[in-house]
Each structure stands twice: as structure tokens, then as C-alpha cells.
Design a protein around this ligand. Structure first.
Ligand code: PEP
Ligand code: MG
Length: 320
């Protein structure tokens, strides 16, 4: 099976009728990036940069981060590179940061909220990314953004970083900017944020957690945390309906896209890119190329018309 899958490695992902969908990888470190061409990836759809902090005794300096991003660009050799700024807090334990304990960490001080409360940490990362962008195209996205005021503050900080880089005579490159859509508020507030964004990426792991109000890390809640549900499909549809007319490309970087039938439904709904763990990529490619876009559109219409969770999951396991 593995040998069979390898033939898809260097083929671009297209449906049977040649509709192109980018298949990207979710990664957390440089060594995974080195193996991406074997996995058949069009690049990186999510680089979880907080992973570099997990075993670190102190926060990596701007220089260390700059070199990491430059090394990644070199390994990727022109393929898509999407960096997510530090998604600190919630389930991620980071010994170098001594985070204050919280009663409800998933509802607490995390992602963009944490970054905006600690601009000194965000600035180190932003400056490293802005400098690395001199050496290749980088897309930068922000986790857990709920509303446009947060985005305004982030862009003010980016301007500060650019000014400092010019003063320091180090320069910077152009970036594409996006957010991870991972709360219902982000879906509902999307139209006000789109004018500032070059792309968006739907993070279904957290979007599911915050839509169902079910802790994604609690094994007792697997029923309350369904990976696919009518509610999630509706939120994805709303996101697409808002972003497509504005011409903003839409990616999805949650585990949801790992299931090939679900991926077909997502392609049929109009997603431009799917980003999954590298080990799932070839399987996904080998499956998605078997049908036409019209077939996937039919699947998605059918899936969106189903209101019951059990019926939806039954449909998804039989729709090919
Ligand atoms: C998500 O929330 O769907 C996501 C891709 O990010 P993470 O799993 O790192 O929270
Ligand atoms: Mg997330």
C-alpha cells in the first residue's frame, strides 16, 4: 500500500476533472519540514511555532527564530510556508514561560489574547518573521482572533516592528496575513476582518471545542466533541459564504480534513486548501483524485442538508 501511495508523491493534487486543491502539512518542527517532499505536500499550511518552546528552557531570541524560519524557507524551496504565531496557553504547557494557573485554561489566556498582553514576546517573533520574509514568501497567521479590534492591535504592533527594523538597518520583507478561524465569534465577525486579511484558515479542532463547549482534551467527552457535526459544517459554510465573495482564499487546518470523504465534502463546499498531518497526505491525495468537483459538490449539498449527527456520520462513511 505504501509503495502504491508513493506514486502520488510528486503529482499535484487535482480532482478527476483537474480542479486544483492545495494539500499542505501541519508541522511543529524543522525535522518534519525536511521530510515533506516524501509526504507529497504542497508546503506547510500550519507551522505550530509554540512547539519550539515546549522543551526550551528560555524563550528563543529573535536571531534563533530568524534562523529557524530561514532554514524552513530553504528546505521548502519556494513551496507555501504558513507560520502561526505562538499559540500559548490552554492545553499547551510551556516550562519557559511560567503561565499562571487558570480554572478554565481553554477559555483563558491563550493565542492572540496572550500575545496582545505580552507584546514584547510577539514582537520578537514578528521581527524574526518579517526579516525572514526577505528570503522568501511567508504567510503569517494569528490564532484565536475573535474580532477586528484584536487585529487592529496586531497590525499596530507589526508597524512598530517594521519601524524598529528600519531604524536597526536590518530591513524586512512583505508578508501575507491571515487568521485562524477557531471560535464561533470569528465566523460571525469575519466580514469586518476580511479587509485586513490575505487568507484565512479554519482550525476545526478548536472551532469544534468552542462550538460544542466540550474540552478537546477530555477523553470522557468524545461523544460531546464529534469531529464532524451539522453545526461545524454550517459554520464552515458560513465562513466560505463570507470569504469567497471577497476573494480571500480559504484553508482548513484541523484534523477534520484527514478523513478522505470529509475532505471531499470540504472541497465540494469550496475550500481552496487542506492542511493535515504529513502522515495523512498521500492517502488523502490518492483518494481525492478519484472523483470530480461536481461529485464533491453533490456530496457537500447532501451533507449540508442533514441535520442529525448520526445520519451525517453515516452518510460520510458511505458517500463514495
Ligand atoms: C485547530 O485548532 O484546529 C488547529 C489547527 O490548531 P491546534 O490544533 O494547534 O489548536
Ligand atoms: Mg487551535
Amino acid at each position: 500500500r505504501k509503495a502504491q501511495l508513493l506514486k502520488y508523491k510528486d503529482q499535484p493534487m487535482v480532482t478527476k476533472d483537474s480542479h486544483r486543491v492545495a494539500l499542505l502539512a501541519n508541522v511543529g518542527c524543522l525535522s518534519e519540514i525536511g521530510h515533506l517532499s516524501d509526504a507529497g505536500a504542497d508546503g506547510i499550511g500550519l507551522f505550530r511555532t509554540e512547539f519550539m518552546l515546549m522543551n526550551a528552557s528560555e524563550m528563543p531570541t529573535e536571531e534563533v527564530q530568524y534562523r529557524l524560519y530561514c532554514d524552513a524557507l530553504q528546505l521548502l524551496d519556494g513551496k507555501t510556508f504558513t507560520i502561526r504565531t505562538l499559540d500559548i496557553g490552554a492545553d499547551k504547557e510551556l516550562p519557559c514561560l511560567s503561565l499562571p494557573p487558570e480554572d478554565n485554561p481553554a477559555l483563558g489566556f491563550r493565542g492572540a489574547r496572550y500575545s496582545l498582553a505580552h507584546p514584547e514576546l510577539l514582537k520578537v517573533q514578528l521581527k524574526a518573521v518579517l526579516r525572514a520574509a526577505n528570503h522568501g514568501q511567508i504567510r503569517l497567521m494569528f490564532p484565536m482572533v475573535n474580532q477586528v479590534e484584536e487585529l487592529d492591535k496586531i497590525f499596530d504592533i507589526i508597524e512598530e516592528c517594521k519601524t524598529e527594523l528600519v531604524d536597526e538597518e536590518r530591513g524586512y520583507g512583505d508578508l501575507s496575513y491571515g487568521i485562524v478561524i477557531e471560535t464561533p465569534a470569528a465566523v460571525l465577525n469575519l466580514s469586518s476582518m476580511l479587509p485586513r486579511l490575505d487568507f484565512i484558515s479554519i482550525g476545526t479542532n478548536d472551532l469544534t471545542q468552542y462550538t460544542m463547549a466540550a474540552d478537546r482534551t477530555n477523553p470522557a467527552l468524545t461523544k460531546a466533541y464529534p469531529s464532524l457535526s451539522p453545526a461545524i459544517l454550517t459554520l464552515i459554510k458560513m465562513t466560505i459564504n463570507t470569504a469567497k465573495p471577497a476573494g480571500v482564499p480559504i484553508s482548513l487546518c484541523g484534523e477534520l480534513a484527514t478523513n478522505p470523504n470529509v475532505a471531499g465534502i470540504l472541497v465540494g463546499m469550496g475550500l481552496d486548501e487542506l492542511s493535515v498531518s504529513p502522515s495523512s497526505l498521500l492517502e488523502l491525495k490518492s483518494s481525492l483524485c478519484n472523483h470530480t468537483l461536481a461529485t464533491y459538490q453533490k456530496w457537500s449539498q447532501q451533507a449540508l442538508s442533514i441535520q442529525r449527527l448520526d445520519e451525517l456520520n453515516d452518510y460520510v462513511s458511505h458517500c463514495y
